[in-house]
Design a protein around this ligand. Structure first.
Ligand SMILES: Nc1ncnc2c1ncn2[C@@H]1O[C@H](COP(=O)(O)OP(=O)(O)OP(=O)(O)O)[C@@H](O)[C@H]1O
Length: 601
């Protein structure tokens, strides 16, 4: 790889650095090369810290490091790529007591956070129907409860990580120095998207160590969770620094006009009718034709990529919402008649699946006095937590309904009376009895599948939902730690004595694991998740309007909310630009014929 003059300048410049460049300008690449250069002169106890937002981004950075064949292995191992979350958690575990947090601390995972806060959330109507004062009151109550859980029970949710670590570093010069002694250089990926607490931490890290901030102000897509357009200027005002702009560089899709098109999306002024590497295709606005268009385009892209005879290729299908990620994944699994299914992986939120897995694993445990009570607790947990931080009213009502029906069951049972025939506990008990009758084998994969199948095919619709949800998990595949630990549990006790605990720990570990599979083949994800990644081809597929008597009555899953001109804002434009510029060779946009994406109109 021949580095550009500006990239070489990054290598040669010392002190705090702000590296600015558009999509594919080579910021990540040059920061890795810089890290390798500096790592060679570090003391044995020191490492370079590369901080990123999501595990998904980390896997690409790790992959990029692996791909730099000129960097010796020993040097690569000195670059520690981590999420803000996992870095913060390490500090909190060891020093949180200084803030009055108890010991030991445990993580309140997003799903369990949702469960813990569901009682407060169920006091309020949906967010859209709340006044500003009610919203503020709800936010205050949620925050107070999270603080209470941290201080009284030592259960800390992700939302509190940043502010607690910031407070620790602001109050302790010694701690700052210790961290800087271990990590003399900290690289900040996607710096434009740091939120207020992360920025507070970064300021402290910069007091004692050296920062390399990588940023593209126009890829800022996290305003809704605290990113701030003023962040780059705050960096400029806080530190004595050098700024290097990788102006006009585009190594990702060189030879195409993908970046030019992405930039034109930002301004809304389209300089050309056709752009090399960009295809905008329309489909008739109905489900069948939308899905057929998507599947056909995916086949065609896949064919093009296979014909290149590269060892590995990647094709991303990017959609505007999480809901649509699942819908596309379902369509690929079961396309319309006569079309071949498409092998793919889908990046979906796993909150619900993880809670479901807790229930499946608990079913593996031997019967105990209160086993059924435990099942009910976990099933209620599932409904409380499955919607993450925006649970639906109906899910909360499901949980309340199960709890109430189980209370009645316990009463009747104690009085020796039968349950009402229409009680939701009746089918649940039937499935439960079938589950209890399984002869477990000690092969966790097989036993897990037996439990899941009975739940899916049994008469209880609630357990069936859980079983279907759990299919999204791949944690029991050959060689996984969860599988090994469950096997060990069986070998020790001749039963799965600790299945629930083992499963819970596996998910916490998984959350912090940095190694995730490189993204190859067909991958479906929502547009936000594509940040920081790249693929050989990208297909952006948005939803279509629903008509009644030729009038649009709903317009979900659009790039711009409801596809209304008034809703076009910087966030929508930047988000679309990020998605468009993930493609190396080609980006195809699929939009409905009768109501195409307003950004292009
Ligand atoms: N000087 C170079 N010559 C050739 N290829 C390069 C060069 N610098 C980077 N690349 C390649 O270009 C692609 C994009 O680079 P990189 O991911 O570093 O960009 P980025 O600025 O971090 O992008 P984004 O902000 O969009 O995530 C990568 O495949 C990388 O290997």
């Amino acid at each position: 790889m021949k580095l550009s003059d500006k990239q070489i300048e990054v290598l040669d410049t010392e002190g705090h650095l702000l590296v600015i460049g558009g999509p594919g300008a080579g910021k990540t690449t040059i920061s890795i090369l810089k890290a390798a250069k500096v790592a060679a002169s570090l003391k044995p106890s020191q490492e370079i810290l590369f901080l990123s937002f999501a595990r998904a981004t980390i896997s690409r950075v790790i992959e990029a490091i692996e791909n730099e064949h000129d960097i010796p292995k020993a040097i690569k191992s000195r670059i520690n790529v981590e999420t803000y979350h996992s870095f913060f958690w390490r500090i909190l575990q060891t020093h949180g007591y200084l803030l009055g947090l108890p010991r030991p601390l445990s993580i309140l995972t997003p799903a369990n956070d949702a469960i813990a806060l569901s009682a407060i959330r169920s006091e309020y109507k949906a967010d859209g129907k709340l006044s500003n004062a009610e919203k503020a009151e709800k936010k205050g109550k949620l925050h107070a409860e999270r603080l209470r859980l941290a201080r009284a029970e030592g259960r800390v949710c992700f939302d509190l990580f940043g502010s607690h670590v910031a407070e620790l570093l602001e109050r302790s010069t010694r701690l700052r120095q210790l961290i800087a002694a271990r990590y003399p250089i900290v690289i900040l990926d996607e710096f434009q998207d740091t939120n207020t607490d992360q920025w507070r931490v970064v300021q402290q890290l910069g007091l004692a160590g050296t920062l390399i901030a990588l940023a593209d102000p126009e890829q800022r897509i996290y305003d809704w969770i605290g990113a701030d357009p003023a962040r780059l200027d705050q960096f400029r005002a806080t530190f004595k620094y050098n700024e290097i702009v990788l102006q006009g560089e585009n190594h990702r899709s060189a030879g195409t006009e993908i970046l030019l098109f992405g930039n034109d999306v930002l301004t809304g002024k389209f300089s050309k009718n056709m752009y090399l590497g960009i295809e905008i295709k329309t489909y008739p606005s109905n489900e069948n034709e939308a899905c057929t268009a998507l599947v056909t385009q995916t086949y065609a892209a896949r064919k093009r990529l296979v014909e290149l005879e590269k060892k590995e290729w990647s094709l991303a299908i990017l959609v505007p919402t999480k809901k649509m990620t699942r819908a596309v994944s379902d369509v690929f699994r079961n396309p319309l008649a006569k079309m071949q299914p498409i092998r793919h992986s889908a990046i979906v939120d796993l909150d619900a699946a993880i809670l479901g897995a807790e229930l499946v694993s608990f079913m593996l445990q031997p019967p105990s006095l209160f086993h059924l009570d435990g099942v009910i607790d976990l099933l209620c947990n599932y409904f409380h937590g499955k919607g993450g931080d925006s649970p639906t009213k109906s899910a909360l009502q499901q949980a309340a309904g199960i709890r109430k029906a189980f209370g009645l069951y316990a009463e009747k049972k104690a009085a020796g009376k039968p349950l009402p025939k229409n009680s939701i506990i009746v089918p649940l008990l039937q499935t439960y009895e079938q589950l209890r009758a399984i002869a477990l084998t000690g092969d966790p994969d097989q036993d897990w599948r037996s439990v899941r199948k009975i739940m899916e095919n049994g008469p209880c619709i609630r357990l069936k939902e859980v079983a279907i949800e759990v299919k999204n998990l791949r944690l029991l595949e050959r060689g996984t730690q969860l599988r090994q630990e469950l096997s060990q549990d069986w070998r020790t006790f001749r039963r799965y004595e600790n299945a629930l605990n083992i499963t819970r720990q596996a998910f916490v570990r998984e959350h912090f694991a940095t190694q995730s599979n490189p993204e190859i083949g067909v991958i479906v994800m929502n547009m936000h998740k594509a940040k920081g990644k790249q693929f050989d081809e990208v297909i952006i597929f948005e939803g279509w309007p629903r008509y009644v008597k030729k009038k649009i009555v709903a317009n979900p899953d659009r790039i711009v909310r409801a596809n209304l001109k008034d809703n076009i804002d910087d966030q929508a434009r930047q988000n679309l630009r990020v998605s468009i510029t993930r493609g190396k060779q080609r980006t195809t946009i699929l939009t409905p014929q009768e109501d195409p994406c307003v950004i292009f109109m």
